[in-house]
Design a protein around this ligand. Structure first.
Ligand SMILES: O=C(O)CCC(=O)C(=O)O
Ligand SMILES: [Fe+2]
Length: 367
């Protein structure tokens, strides 16, 4: 392609193999126009295949694509993940907790009921215990001497946060499914100049979401697998830092039952956090049955959603879309494999554009 670069504030970006140079200020993030529920748009891929972008929901916007990946591509990424080695998944909570245990004495009576202990353990360890687990813990640790299921300050004195932590850690070894997330994963950073399958994937994502390949090259790619009881309680993928504009969760292999991707507040009138907590809809390990919007896993199927809106002022990352609260229902039989492809930007548009300029490699196109 012939590029006639003009002034230095121009940026050259590649979409569908065509390089276009434009003013930096005119580069915006855009979202797929899903139009309305059940709308279908056809897109032709570079390999000539036609695929359908099916709008399954508008609040939040979720697009489903059957056969986004071929069977061979799915197998390739699973093998890549296995070769690299998968590790137990962590949560944002695990990595950022500073080790403190905060007692949730919600009614401020200075005593802890079983429900309050349950919230304490959720808050401190991201772990969801049944009431019977908690009563068993009282027994094992001989804390609730009068068996009234209430811990007084005196009884609590003998049960230090470090004792609690030790107990929970041991319990999780035996019952990892009681954690908010139970899966194995690996981050993959294939070099697209050496890995034609990954290069094709990047180009396909770029075509479908209609964003330049230079932005797609800044993405993170991850393969996750869930065994029986594997799940991921409802969460947001993005904190305000390190925002991910959208997320394609690709279900790359599924000989499994269960394992749906669930959106507990989709299509509600409001995101009613009280309702979410009250019905414990975050706890998908237990309550997936109460979620109306669930997308079943199927080999090759992709789902795309946008964790953030586009900011109307600078055309870059905007507010988080609270309707994107989501998670993975437990696998009942078999094993589920997914690949997550996160297209990410920061709050700093000009920094992101600089990065994109560095990732502009017209030579990579001509092979
Ligand atoms: O397993 C799923 O369907 C959801 C996965 C997910 O939300 C994530 O990896 O962030
Ligand atoms: Fe997620």
């Amino acid at each position: 392609s012939l590029i006639l670069a003009t002034d230095t504030n121009d940026i050259c970006l590649t979409s569908n193999g065509v390089v276009t140079c434009q003013k930096e200020s005119s580069v915006n993030l855009t979202r797929i126009d899903g139009k309305k529920e059940n709308h279908i748009d056809q897109v032709t891929l570079a390999d000539g295949r036609h695929i359908n972008l099916h709008t399954v929901s508008v609040k939040p916007l979720i697009i489903e694509i059957q056969d986004f990946l071929t069977k061979e591509e799915c197998e390739y990424f699973i093998q890549l993940a296995k070769d690299e080695g998968l590790e137990n998944s962590q949560t944002y909570h695990n990595k950022n907790r500073k080790g403190q245990v905060e007692l949730y004495d919600t009614n401020r009576d200075k005593k802890l009921s079983v429900e309050e202990m349950s919230l304490t353990i959720q808050g401190a360890f991201d772990t969801y215990l049944d009431n019977s687990d908690i009563l068993q813990m009282y027994k094992d640790e001989n804390i609730d001497k009068n068996n009234d299921e209430i811990l007084t300050p005196d009884e609590l004195k003998n049960f230090s946060p470090s004792k609690l932590e030790k107990y929970i850690k041991k319990l999780l070894k035996k019952h990892p499914e009681k954690h908010s997330r139970y899966s194995q994963q690996v981050w993959l950073y294939p070099d697209s100049s050496k890995d034609p399958v990954f290069k094709t994937l990047q180009e396909r994502v770029s075509t479908i979401v209609n964003l330049p390949i230079e932005l797609i090259r800044m993405s993170d790619f991850q393969v996750v697998t869930y065994d029986i009881k594997g799940h991921y309680n409802a969460h947001f993928d993005s904190a305000m830092k390190d925002k991910s504009h959208r997320c394609c969760t690709r279900n790359i292999k599924t000989k499994c039952q269960g394992g749906e991707t669930a959106f507990p507040v989709a299509n509600n009138d409001t995101v009613d956090t009280y309702e979410v907590q009250n019905k414990n809809l975050v706890n998908l390990y237990k309550n997936c049955k109460d979620v109306s919007l669930k997308i079943s896993p199927k080999q090759g199927k992709a789902i795309i959603w946008y964790n953030h809106f586009v900011d109307t002022e600078d055309g870059w990352m905007g507010d988080m879309d609270n309707y994107t609260l989501h998670g993975g229902c437990p696998v009942i039989r078999g094993r589920k494999w997914i690949a997550n492809f996160w297209i990410k930007t920061t709050d700093n548009k000009s920094e992101d554009l600089e990065k994109m300029k560095r990732l502009h490699k017209p030579d990579i196109l001509s092979d």
